[in-house]
Design a binder for this molecule. Structure first.
Ligand code: SAH
Length: 223
């Protein structure tokens, strides 16, 4: 298996639909974002895999589904927030969709995983970090200081961990005409992927999309 074969499969299954998503996935080799000891036959399977600290890199099909859902907001110049950036895989893939300008901010609560994702991106796509297109921050998104109130809002927000309830703090930081995808539901139980659209006048529309299973989005002090 290889990244190209994996993307071919996701395309044949109809999970990857659009050219911009396909290109971003082909250019972001999952090998570079998985721990080095994992053999290739795991890396290119459509499964989540452990990345340490009890966390996982999401399944490639979930990455693809989220990119497809967010693609209209992932345009050059966009401001993007990736909550629970973990391995850095989706942070890097989203950066490829918004380049040459704009910004993807990845926020990760485990400092060791922020380091892991920094190393992963520096190894294969250092220009994403060096140009400032990608910024990786360490901290809990539900705490006070990771994203400041006075920072511009985000056109796209991806949340890679399941919230028990839709966090207000994330809805507030979503820009008008922006979209957020977030799994919502109880820890380790049935969760639903939700799509949150903010219209031009700031009204919020929620849609339930599909049943999913994600690691929990923890509150400060819970981890
Ligand atoms: N998209 C990432 C998903 C990693 S798993 C990938 O595919 O690699 C989800 C991540 O969310 C975990 O690394 C976990 O540490 C992080 N996380 C959970 N709750 C968080 C919070 N409140 N703030 C920041 N990161 C959080």
């Amino acid at each position: 298996m290889s990244q190209d074969k994996l993307v071919d499969l996701l395309k044949a299954e109809g999970v990857v639909k659009h050219q911009d998503v396909e290109s971003a996935l082909r250019a972001t080799d999952r090998r570079a974002y998985c721990p080095a000891h994992l053999p290739a036959h795991y890396v290119y399977q459509d499964h989540p895999l452990p990345i340490g600290y009890g966390e996982t890199i999401s399944a490639p099909s979930m990455h693809a589904i989220c990119l497809e859902l967010l693609r209209k907001s992932l345009k050059p110049g966009a401001r993007v927030l990736d909550v629970g950036s973990g391995s850095g895989y989706l942070t890097a893939a989203m950066a490829l969709m918004i380049k040459p300008n704009g910004k993807v901010i990845g926020v990760e609560k485990h400092p060791e995983l922020t380091e892991f994702s920094t190393r992963n991106i520096m190894t294969v796509s250092p220009e994403l970090l060096e140009s400032g297109l990608v910024e990786l921050r360490s901290g809990n998104i539900l705490g006070q200081s990771v994203v400041q109130d006075n920072e511009p809002q985000f056109d796209a927000i991806h949340v890679g961990a399941a919230a028990e309830r839709l966090p207000d703090i994330l809805v507030q930081t979503l820009a008008p005409k922006g979209r957020m995808v977030i799994p919502v539901g109880p820890q380790w139980e049935h969760q639903v992927m939700q799509c949150i659209d903010k219209d031009a006048s700031g009204h919020v529309h929620r849609h339930n999309l599909m049943a999913v299973r994600y690691v929990p989005l923890t509150k400060p002090g819970e981890e």
